[in-house]
Design a protein around this ligand. Sequence first.
Ligand code: NGO
Length: 535
Amino acid sequence: MPRPAARTRTSRAGRRGLGLTLAALLLTGAVGAATPAQATTETPLRQIVPAPVKVTPKPGTTYTLSPDTRIHTHPGSREARQVGEYLAGVLRPSTGYRLPVTPGASWRGISLLLVGADARVGEEGYQLDVTRRGVVIRARTAAGLFAGVQTFRQLLPAKVEAKTRQRGPWTAPGGSVLDYPRYAHRGAMLDVARHFFSVDEVKRYIDQIAQYKVNRLHLHLTDDQGWRLEIKSWPRLTSHGGSTEVGGGAGGYYTQEQYRELVAYAASRHITVIPEIDIPGHTNAALSSYAELNCDGVAPPLYTGIEVGFSSLCIDKDITYRFVDDVLREVAALTPGEFIHIGGDEALVTTDPDFIEFMDKVLPLVAKHGKRASGWHEFVKASPDASAVPQFWGTKPVAPDVVAAAQRGNKIVLSPATKAYLDMKYDENTPLGLKWAGYTDVEDAYDWNPGAYVQDLPESAVRGVEAPLWTETLAQSADLEYMAFPRLPAIAELAWSPWSTHDWTGFKHRLAAQAPRWEAQGVNYYPSPQVPWKK
Ligand code: NGO
């Protein structure tokens, strides 16, 4: 039983000088009797996205922020303090309150504590208690506190999300939440290769996905139309290969310093970046930058169209593997996360034996640089070892090769194109996006069970769920938002919430309650007719 172990940890931490106030807080930390969430009831406690594990409202009790509210963070924890500063950063512009962040714990104000949480919260969950006097979020990790902070934001009036000062009162309903994720991998993917997105645009997206407890940002950094990450040993990849994009615009790339800045920004939101270097196909930008990477030694022109599947690194040349080794070395050195994604999709001009030979040489290079490999599900052809994570992007829930990989021990991330692809049009009138996998309105995106979706793929083989956003037709933040909202929260809920909370009718009402928040944040969402938005 994890519970006693957690209690032991708790009391040891408590003895490390947290004092009487905290000890008293701990004694009363239990979450009350739980009731299942009834999503259609109006209290903000019933409108949280993604749906929490357990919500216990305390009718008649509320907590209201005041101009002298303080945010107390676990003494001695720099990470807890950073979460406190993040929360203050969200609340200060709209409330106009100072909200000082100081180490400590109190019955009054807001406390973020790394002790006393119910053991069920695990490594990423939290317990949130709102009483008349204050708010206490407890977790075992800063990631858990951060998740609790996202829930707390949704308990306050929507205009708290505004960047300018608004009129209060800033009241949250009393009650308790006990919450933890269903899956370890709750991902969003952004394609910065087809159209380039600036550091600020990517940060904006990071902030948006963090609200829905997404914890992985997969950056699709290279493709036929552009190479977006500076590689010092192969500088033409960006100086030439990064100089355009779909439609012929100026493109762009991240210097290594800018990429580090993105990784750090994501980390401050408890999101791990997974960089993707898509090989051996989808490599026209690299092939155009270095003639020697082509089998015939001739560099093709840069490419700004959207049809793909025509390019491949030269499988038979030694220089190909020196190139991949150099790229992976630099990417690994820049990336604290466990994974590098090596693509492997749509290698349509590479034979299966060549593809397998290529992956057999490349997979050990990923390991040599201290990382685990993920890849689009085609790479299971090369039978990567059990540490590798295939990402399923099929259009049918039947994938015997992926099931076979799971039987060999690989854990799978699910991004079925008919459900999780945020670049699919909602319907025939959607001005942006593609439709090769069909139209996907928000109910289609929401209504599937990742644990029972692919035939014969058991829940235990699923590592998580990810929503890819490909950008052939998307060129600015407003375009990303139009495709991601409201579907990204739907996929994020599938990744976080227990299946027992799954209910389209409840979800569509909870989604409707999110819209005023997006409006306050300036998020350009698609007002799907399937959702009962409140006017
Ligand atoms: C496919 C393809 C991408 C496209 C995307 C568009 C995968 C894994 N490869 O998904 O190159 O951009 O569809 O929806």
